[in-house]
Write a protein that binds this ligand. Sequence first.
Ligand code: ATP
Ligand code: MG
Length: 739
Amino acid sequence: APAPASDYLDRLNPEQRLAIETTEGPLLILAGAGTGKTRVLTTRFAHILLTGRARPNQILAVTFTNKAAREMRERVGALLGTPPEGLWLGTFHAICARMLRRHAEYVGLRQNFTILDTDDQIRLLKQIMEPYRIDTKRWPPQGLLGVIQRWKDRGLTPARITPAEDTDYAGNGIARRIYGEYQDRLVALNACDFGDLMLHMLEILRTQPDVLAQYHRYFRYILVDEYQDTNTIQHLWLRLLAKRDQGPSNIACVGDDDQSIYSWRGAEVENILRFEHDYPGAKIVRLERNYRSTEQILAAAAGLIAHNDGRLGKTLRSGREDATGERVQVIGVWDSDEEARIVAGAIEQLRADGHPLSEIAILMRAGFQTRPFEERLMTLGLPYRVVGGLRFYERAEIRDAMAYMRVLAQPADDLAFERIINVPRRGVGTAALQKLYVQARALGVPLSAAVAHQLETNAIKGKAREALRELMDVFDHARDRLSSDGHVVVVERMLEDSQYLAMWRNDKSPEAPGRLDNIRELIRALTDFGSLAGFLEHVSLVMDAEDNSGNDKISLMTLHGAKGLEFDTVFLPGWEEGVFPSQRTMDEGGNKGLEEERRLAYVGLTRARKRAIILHAANRRIYANWQSAIPSRFIEEIPSEHVEHRGQAMTERRQLANAPSVFTAGPIHARAASRNEPRIPRVTDVLPKPSTNIPLGARVFHQKFGYGVVIGVDDDRLAINFEKAGEKRVMAGFVELAS
Ligand code: ATP
Ligand code: MG
């Protein structure tokens, strides 16, 4: 095994060293994006081990995602020269799950307890709610689950909830009572939900001094990344563990108030502000040098975030020694399909120039935005991964909606029918389904025909009878209307009439609105096809696309999921009012939500090392209708000297967008009209500007091909004789002068 690195401190600036070498006592590292906070935590971890202050299992390190935990484990391993084992390194939930397995008996669970998923939670909650005779149309169980989760986020067990807290749901203390029963039932089932992992552990640490003392002896050092996004329960849990009776609280937290983007999940940026109060004598270290992004990107991001009030205020200057870089590009496009075409085209160019795909990210505000990009990338054979989520056509709600469409197009599609027969719940249990299958086989007919048969012969009873009759009517009606109303309208109505959309509308979990957006996007995609069958075939082909590309893939993810990550090139599509900032934020009004959206924009921009490209479409299609869109206010908030506008003049486009409603007449007209659209910006418009400062004969460095000498200059392309790779033509923008 390679020896541990001895020079690991040399490569850091003085403030970073201070943050690493101040091992004893509470420490808050408050610093902007890309200043090396995570790197400091990782090096601190290794430093504590290498200086013999603690053994590997005596350090508790909390990351925000499992991916970040994996990376930190690797980096610590590299610094130590051996892969470390037995580390307490992971997300809050992962660490709590591991602890809870050891102490399960204190909360009445056995060591092998199961962790329920949301479906199970809802099912259980419904059972408990039954005797209360709650009007579930008005007070859906999903809403109650949300209330319970918020209580759990605040560390509130049923016993700790005061009547004053219990106002959000159905009134008179009902929520509290059901919550209590729900917790009891979980214990009886030897199960817990996700939120319980932390709640139970907090309760154990609060009430079992022996257990707490054991962890105090254990964890001599605590490290926390992304501290600005901790919620109340996480904060309480950390404080209990950090406040040791013997010895100082060796807790080091790193955070950036400008990157607090999870308040919708109960995160409290105030936890940062309270740090000195929580841990008297805490030291605060600020890091001001950004090693990630070019000066242009940094200045753009700084100018944007300056529009927020109530910031702690931080200085951020570039620590990179290379050129100032390119301005942030802003490209106006026609619609989301053109947006995807332009981005994919630019990526093809980048790839041709030797740019690794793993260094490219497309970061979106909302999950539904991935669809046009996924289709375009698949068409071009550009490998991608959707990080922190599923590919569009793999998402549960999309599969459900597709199953409805398949049954509509092909009543004999039993697999599709089985998927939706009880979604939303129609009271069809496994036994009833079994009987349907037996009958279908006996009659030699598809499942849906067996349903029709059983309805006729009164073989189906109770609640299921009414519900299934309605479902069959919905399909019959839809088939009747298909040729007259067109497939888009019919599909939309089918999803409505079958109560499928209502199911998600009544779902009060934080993911539900995003699922509805995905379905809306699916219907939007449907308008691109002349028939339902054509669309279904397209999707099955797209889903079948094979991918042998190993690890060199473009990353598609939400801005939320991109926290802490970095890429050479970052595309930021959909910067339009109503998308980003989101319509929901704008409807809420007030500054709080808007400031969080702005922080999200700041997170997006600061993911880029070398180039950031913002796109905004002049038109968004909602179902079959066009709506004109205005560029996001965030674009204007970026100081203009750091922005370069590309693409079509917006005025001309807006005139077109506001033209009389050929666009609202339906899919076919819309397609025809878009053929007359103004000139599409060329793919090369997107690409980096020629670096005029590279002369013939210069010695240069290229990311992929290494060192070489310029032997030809042609517009924005250079011919270079590379020392290792030989002669190649590359884009000037990807070449740096070698000193
Ligand atoms: P974020 O706020 O986005 O989470 P961060 O503060 O955690 O950012 P890091 O991801 O740790 O920043 O570091 C950003 C980049 O700068 C990384 O590529 C890291 O390796 C590099 N870096 C950090 N410190 C130095 C340094 N002293 N010299 C050179 N590069 C550095
Ligand atoms: Mg970080």
